[in-house]
Design a binder for this molecule. Structure first.
Ligand code: ZN
Length: 700
């Protein structure tokens, strides 16, 4: 009886093939981009007046979006502009965040001259200019005939009306209705100055529009419009327009943006402004299981993973490497700490991981901060790890900055430990995710040495603004390199929250599906949500089916990173077992066996349980001498008696030390076996990965 290697391990090769396909898709995406040279992009921002610091904050957010592209990006205050710069760019963006910036710059000063020079260059350049929000009057109303035409509108085909406030709270783009600066749900502590109630918990907070009036429709493309659902009878007005190389965006798309905002239209139109060459892509989605520590319930965890497996949906697992409950919140006051390695949770994830379904992420190290209520209870998953946060009576939060001892090195060391712990559990994370999406700039920069890919939303600090300020941002698409130098895997749909904290926004499947519908206006967006496994499969299946119904295809999150860690059962990857401390895990997964009939080794089988040679994940083995199957526990029994020595059998104990000593037996036994002491029986062996390498060396 002869068995072919391919027959014994069909699944393994199937997965291998699927990963090749993933890699090929990824390479296609890369080669598509690499044909275009890097874009030179300039961001100019306002910086004057009492809120001058906002200019830099918006510049950071724009810079992040532009990091989606292969681009060299420069950020400058407009008052630092020097003549001719716009001509050296593929595109220049001007963020008019201070009304009448020029009036803050004293006439005759170098700063004022620089600003005016920019206005003049913007009016005359043939390179792309995108003018955002205020101060278009500097070009339109103070037009200089020396700029080529007698008037602004002769050149542009529209004139500038000025800033209007008609409660503009919606934008239409690609025939999809988007919010224009609407807070969908007012959380505790929200500042509603200047906002208008929409009903329910929604408030329109960016009601202004810098309006234009089109005089020559042949010259002006209206890409998006703004209108009001609050002022009945108000008209629909141009919001994003293009006239030749000159783009105008009628407000600041970073104010009060959320998941279904005109921010998405702006993020998409960047492709046209810089001429990215990227057209509408197939709709892609990713899903992530959140806060998976060794303390979570394995039954519900297995249920949600098994559901996605049945739907052929790969997924990310945001793992908390060490579960901490120093105050015994979940264990009757008894302080608890559980490592991921050797945990039931790790064993529950492992089969899916081996199948290549899991994109592992390091979700902090402990997702809490020592014994500190930060802000709730010091419990993993509840508290912040990389930011000091306190709680007010109305459940609003105070974000105070770094935790005690915060530094670049401290953060790096912490996430290095996180990585080591996941490695001990035989997982390799391709990215990290800041707990509750919060970390200080120091933390982000330190941790980048450990994980250069971040998965989720971010906060960014503008060091030129008032201390303690930061801006939060989500991304509709992958950012190749953000303000901090990270690759960003987006999360932009939110998560299911059926029973949020008092006063906070509940989110149901219909909300996430609606967000995904809006997200699809971005031509190469990745719709991305996360999910807490304890919520069960019902909500999850609603979202998955809803997104599939919209035409979304789920992809493995790690394919959006630098690379997917190769599944450990891939023959070519010996590195995964470095730091191996867990004999059980090893021999559970790897089954090699020797065929005496044709004197050859068969290696790497792990899922071909149906044909009877071994059973399931526990690597039972068949012993030719007594015609019996031995289960996992009996391997150890026999290992200790040495009964299998002298045959083509290997066996392992539960500790690395045992494995080490047994390797001598393995070698000896195969020598003896070579002497012909077997009777043509099939001896099946459970091998740890390290041993697997050893065997490969021996037989090749
Ligand atoms: Zn979390």
């Amino acid at each position: 009886m002869t068995r072919q290697r391919g027959q014994l391990a069909p699944k393994k090769y199937l997965w291998h093939k699927i990963f090749l396909v993933f890699n090929m898709l990824f390479m296609l995406a890369i080669s598509g981009n690499s044909q275009a040279a890097s874009k030179q992009l300039l961001i100019l921002h306002d910086s004057s007046g009492p809120y001058g610091y906002l200019g830099k904050e918006y510049a950071i957010m724009l810079r992040n979006l532009l990091g989606h592209f292969d681009a060299n990006i420069t950020i400058l205050p407009a008052k630092s502009y020097t003549q001719g710069m716009v001509d050296q760019q593929d595109a220049t963006f001007y963020l008019g965040s201070t009304y009448n910036e020029a009036s803050y710059l004293t006439a005759g000063t170098q700063e004022r001259i620089n600003y005016d020079t920019f206005v003049s260059d913007a009016a005359t350049t043939s390179q792309s200019i995108a003018w955002i929000n205020y101060n278009l009057f500097k070009v339109a109303w103070e037009w200089d005939p020396a700029w080529g035409t007698n008037t602004f509108y002769e050149k542009m085909g529209y004139w500038f009306y000025g800033t209007k406030n008609n409660n503009y709270n919606r934008v239409k783009y690609k025939n999809v209705e988007l919010h224009k600066g609407v807070i969908s749900w007012v959380n505790p502590g929200a500042n509603l100055t200047g906002c208008f109630a929409e009903g329910g918990k929604a408030y329109a907070c960016s009601p202004e529009l810098n309006a234009i009036v089109v005089t020559d429709p042949n010259k002006v493309e209206i890409k998006a419009t703004a209108y009001s659902t609050l002022n009945i009878g108000s008209t629909e007005e141009p919001y994003i327009t293009r006239s030749g190389n000159f783009w105008y965006i009628g407000d600041m798309p970073f104010t009060y943006f959320s998941e279904e905002d005109r921010y998405l239209a702006f993020a998409d139109i960047l492709h046209d402004i810089i001429d990215s060459g990227i057209t509408q892509q197939p709709l892609q989605a990713i899903v992530r299981f959140e806060d998976v520590s060794a303390g979570v319930d394995t039954e519900s965890l297995n249920a949600v993973m098994s559901y996605l497996d049945s739907e052929d949906v790969p997924f990310a697992v945001a793992a908390i490497p060490v579960y901490k409950d120093p105050k015994g919140v979940q264990s009757e006051g008894k302080p608890t700490s559980i490592r991921m390695a050797n945990s039931e949770v790790a064993n529950t994830i492992m089969p899916y991981y081996k199948k290549g379904l899991v994109s592992m992420i390091a979700h902090g190290y402990t997702h809490q901060s020592g014994n500190l209520d930060n802000p709730y209870n010091a419990l993993s998953g509840d508290d912040f790890e990389f930011y000091r946060v306190t709680l007010n009576d109305d459940y609003s939060l105070n974000f105070l900055g770094g935790v005690p001892g915060d530094s670049k090195e401290w953060a790096k060391d912490r996430m290095t430990k996180a990585k080591q712990e996941l490695n001990s559990a035989e997982f390799e994370a391709f990215a990290w995710e800041a707990p509750h999406y919060f970390a200080t700039e120091e933390d982000y920069l330190g941790i980048k040495d450990v994980y250069s890919t971040h998965y989720g939303r971010m906060i960014y600090t503008n060091n030129e603004g008032p201390s303690g300020r930061f801006v939060g941002q989500f991304f509709p698409y992958v950012i190749q390199s953000d303000f901090y130098g990270y690759r960003q895997i987006p999360e932009n749909l939110g998560n299911i929250e059926p029973e949020p904290f008092l006063g906070y926004r509940p989110l149901f499947p219909a909300d996430l599906i609606r967000h995904a519908e809006k997200m699809s206006v971005v031509r190469d967006s990745v719709a991305s949500f996360f999910y807490h496994p304890y919520l069960g499969t019902e909500y999850l299946s609603e979202v998955v089916q809803g997104l599939k119904g919209l035409g979304y295809q789920f992809i493995a999150p790690c394919t959006l990173g630098d690379s997917c860690p190769t599944p450990v059962n891939d023959e070519d990857n010996g590195a995964n077992n470095s730091g191996d401390s867990n004999g059980y895990d090893d021999w559970q997964w790897y089954v090699d066996w020797y065929n005496d009939w044709n004197n050859s080794w068969y290696t790497g089988c792990n899922s071909d349980c149906g044909n009877g040679w071994y059973n399931g994940w526990y690597s039972d083995w068949y012993y030719g001498y007594d015609y019996s199957w031995y289960g996992r526990s009996s391997i150890q029994t026999h290992a200790s008696t040495g009964r299998l020595n002298g045959y083509h059998s290997n066996f392992y104990g539960s500790t690395p030390e045992n494995q080490q000593s047994n390797s001598n037996n393995a070698q000896g036994s195969s020598n003896e076996g070579g002497g012909g002491s077997t009777d043509g029986w099939w001896l099946l062996m459970a091998l740890p990965f390290a041993r697997y390498k050893y065997l490969k060396q021996k037989v090749s």
